[in-house]
Design a protein. Sequence first.
Length: 195
Amino acid sequence: MRYFQISTIGSLHDPEIALLNGTPEGMSLRAYCMSEGDPAHRFYPKEAKVSLRHDHPGIKLSSLLGNTSSYLIVHADVKEVIAAHAQDIEVEYLPFDLYDHRKRLYSRDYFIINPIGTVDCLDAAASGVKIGPEGSVIHVARFVLDPKKIAHLPALFRPKEEPAVYLVTEALAEALKAKGFTNILLEPVSISADA
């Protein structure tokens, strides 16, 4: 089986594609939850609002909305495909109202996908994981999966060393490709040769 990383920034080659600005209004200090895999529903606003970036004029909506907050933000159609494949894990599907550059309602069809927790799946040496003086991860050079740790990986998961990264199985990647979704960039992830 192969694995892929989903880019949360999407394509930067088309300036017409919308790019989101910041976090949902009202999340304040808890905004990190959705990029780190911590539960966010207790702090999530009932009428969450997210705006397009003022410094990025694009207004064309896509299946995945690129953002600089390391959130996995997708259209409801993509959410349904992910939900069908990720039934065996805890995932928050957080809806929000999307506003344009002039603060006008633009869409209500998007969700922040927040898979809860992380998975021990990387080959630390092959991934170039650097540990800081207090034992925390300070850098991951590349994502290389450990073949001894991939037997029971879920369809969507975050590596424990870098929670702001989203990895998917080949089955989910193929399901996303089959639908012809836009702005979903899937980068193959290596598996270490060490057994």
